[in-house]
Ligand binder design. Sequence first.
Ligand SMILES: Nc1ncnc2c1ncn2[C@@H]1O[C@H](COP(=O)(O)OP(=O)(O)OP(=O)(O)O)[C@@H](O)[C@H]1O
Ligand SMILES: [Mg+2]
Length: 272
Amino acid sequence: MSSIISISSHKGGVGKTVATLNLGVSLAKAGHKVLLIDGDPQGSLSMSVDMKKKSKAGLCQVISNKVRPEDVVVDAQKLPLSMVHLGIDSPLDLFRLTHGTKTKELKSLLKLIQAISQAYDFTLIDTANNVGSLNAVLLSCSNSVIIPITCKSNSVRSLPLLLKLLTRIKAKLNTKIALLGLMLPMLNVNNPYELEILTILREAFPRGTFFSTFVPFSPLFDKADVKAAPISFFAGAEDIQTAYDKLSFEVIQRLENQLKGLEDDEYLEKLF
Ligand SMILES: Nc1ncnc2c1ncn2[C@@H]1O[C@H](COP(=O)(O)OP(=O)(O)OP(=O)(O)O)[C@@H](O)[C@H]1O
Ligand SMILES: [Mg+2]
């Protein structure tokens, strides 16, 4: 199985980057070959593990033939996990990648990601919090999408626009894309308001839209931010790591079900 999964939301700060990293680590720990693509021009994912110290260049430099793909993909030391970033280091790079969907650079980026990801079991793409043309391209080369959502009203209100973008991408650019599920990357089970919103959300979406595993809210993520490391590196984070491990298992199960075209999976298609 070689699968490209985008982690997307229209709302910022809902835990996309953290989810991409830690889901990737869980999949790699289970022995899968994983590529993480930092598809956010902010470069948060690569910064979150200080990856830019290893390679300043990224996909943009490959597209402009300055370097080869193998020069920009950085391998983790102890896990079958690799990472690459966009390599945006000037406003011009960003303008080229975000100015319209038909630019040469965007098409080259799509082909490049598809080519690089062939060597991996799973490619996880961390996307920026918008519904712009760069994200449209990243979603266009993805087999599926995971939408992290927090149980806060602004996060919920941002969902329709992303779902509309996915509907459009499925209709026009990538008929194969499927919603793998909505995930809860920082649920505070002691907050009654969050639980109330979660109940409403679960009722609003078809059965099984949410992954059954949620990631608990934990102050340890502040430490992980400062130390630039995955959460599994920290003592006391065992329950969070277990949650990501379970989530990675659910991801694999859902992908396998999609491949088999099981009837149970049809609810996912209804969203589109
Ligand atoms: N389970 C959690 N408990 C507590 N804090 C968390 C949890 N998951 C993520 N965070 C924190 O929430 C903040 C936002 O997370 P993250 O950067 O992953 O969001 P994002 O959706 O990628 O943001 P952006 O849209 O800006 O890219 C970070 O400070 C992160 O450490
Ligand atoms: Mg992010």
